[in-house]
Design a protein around this ligand. Structure first.
Ligand SMILES: *[C@@H]1O[C@H](CO)[C@@H](O)[C@H](O)[C@H]1NC(C)=O
Ligand SMILES: *[C@@H]1O[C@H](CO)[C@@H](O)[C@H](O)[C@H]1NC(C)=O
Length: 366
């Protein structure tokens, strides 16, 4: 009897959800996503992958090198933060993999990427019809452990995830290094009666690579709908860092954001509001206990109202909660946060850091 009911349920689900039922919840590395499954020796000519299918589970186009982290024959040093192996994309080269997904769902890719020589190296991430160009100019961590996230919403049940180097450098030994690729399906939270802000504690966000202690950089988005941090958009020029409680001190829950690039990176959200009504915006500011010391300041904006929040970081993972009232001027109000100053870690001047933002709450004032 129970079996019959179960079968019936499964049949109904299949009927109503169609092919989407075939895709399972995705969270973790893509197949050979850390590139540790090695090519056959016959598919390698020194470090160059020979043939379209030389890299297990991936398809390659153009000059793609399979490298091991550390000093390289040409005198360069490649840091590989996730595992031992990585790929380097030469001029106009790409690697791709086709995966099963649920059309209409939001996904975030998380990948370790860094430039090898030229300042202006760019990595394109393509999941048609979406495409993002990530400038790799800024090194956020000095030891090559930068990890990025990029979001997309598929329009069919299989998509091809492609990483492409659009650049043409004189030196063919240049081009971005990719050392791990993971994916996670996201569930965009909705505003509630108790909080108009969506994803207010930044709890829903991209996958953290295993053993990655650098957080995940959220690059400025062209499209809010596909933000890897649902509900939020990254504005201006540089990235904001998504941090987890496993490796950082976060004020509440499992995650928060670290404002790592001063005034060059802001995080924002658009709220539905009632014109001329007053709202109370509450949020917490702190430090991630990651060697980021000094006088910090977070600036918050809502409609025409602002609040500057000074915070003195001693790197102890402390935080404070503040609030201010704003008056909505229209049916949509943008709230924005950024750090007034730039900071680097005391133990590592090459690594950008900054104040932590968490637990944003917006409620109408009675
Ligand atoms: C993560 O780190 C632990 C401890 O250093 C190690 O045992 C484990 O193998 C690592 N996992 C991966 C996937 O690298
Ligand atoms: C906003 O709400 C918080 C929490 O209820 C309260 O502690 C705070 O005093 C309020 N702030 C303003 C400016 O109304």
């Amino acid at each position: 009897m129970a079996l019959k009911v179960t079968l019936l349920l499964v049949a109904c689900l299949l009927l109503f959800t169609g092919p989407a039922f075939a895709a399972t919840f995705l969270e973790g590395y893509l197949d050979n996503g850390n590139f540790e499954e090695q090519p056959k020796p016959t598919d390698l000519k020194k470090t160059v992958l020979v043939g379209k299918y030389a890299l297990p589970k991936w398809e390659i186009v153009g000059l793609v090198e399979y490298i091991s982290g550390g000093p390289q024959p040409g005198g360069m040093f490649f840091a590989v933060a996730h595992g031992v192996h990585a790929v380097r994309l030469g001029n106009e080269a790409s690697i791709s993999q086709t995966i099963k997904v649920k059309p209409g769902s939001l996904y975030a890719l998380t990948f370790g990427a860094s430039r090898t020589c030229a300042q202006e190296e760019v990595l394109s991430v393509i999941v048609l019809p979406q495409k993002g160009d990530l400038p790799l100019q800024t090194l956020y961590s000095s030891n090559g452990g930068d990890t990025y996230a990029w979001g997309f919403i598929p329009t069919s049940d299989t998509v091809t995830v492609k990483f492409h180097n659009p650049g043409v450098q004189e030196d063919p030994a240049c081009g971005p290094l990719l050392d791990a690729v993971a994916i996670k399906e996201l569930f965009p939270p909705r505003p509630t009666r108790y909080n108009l802000a969506k994803n207010p504690g930044f709890e829903e966000g991209p996958y953290h690579l295993v053993n990655s202690s650098h957080g995940v950089l959220l690059p400025p988005q062209q499209e809010d709908r596909t933000s890897p941090l649902p509900g939020w958009m990254i504005e201006s020029l540089k990235a904001v860092k998504f941090i987890d409680s496993k490796h950082f001190n976060v004020p509440f829950g499992q995650a928060a954001v670290e404002l790592v690039a001063g005034r060059e990176s802001a995080i924002a959200q658009i709220l539905r509001t009632v014109p001329n009504k007053f709202y109370n915006l509450t949020f917490s500011v702190g430090d991630a206990k990651n060697g980021c010391h000094g006088s910090m300041m977070v600036e918050a904006f809502a409609a025409k109202d602002t609040l500057k929040v000074p915070f003195k970081s001693e790197g102890k993972g402390r935080f404070k909660t503040v609030s201010f009232r704003f008056k909505a001027l229209s049916i949509r109000t943008r709230i924005t946060f950024f750090s007034s100053f730039y900071h680097t870690r005391i133990d590592d001047f090459g690594s950008l850091c900054g104040p932590v933002l968490d637990q944003v709450r917006v409620v109408p004032v009675a």
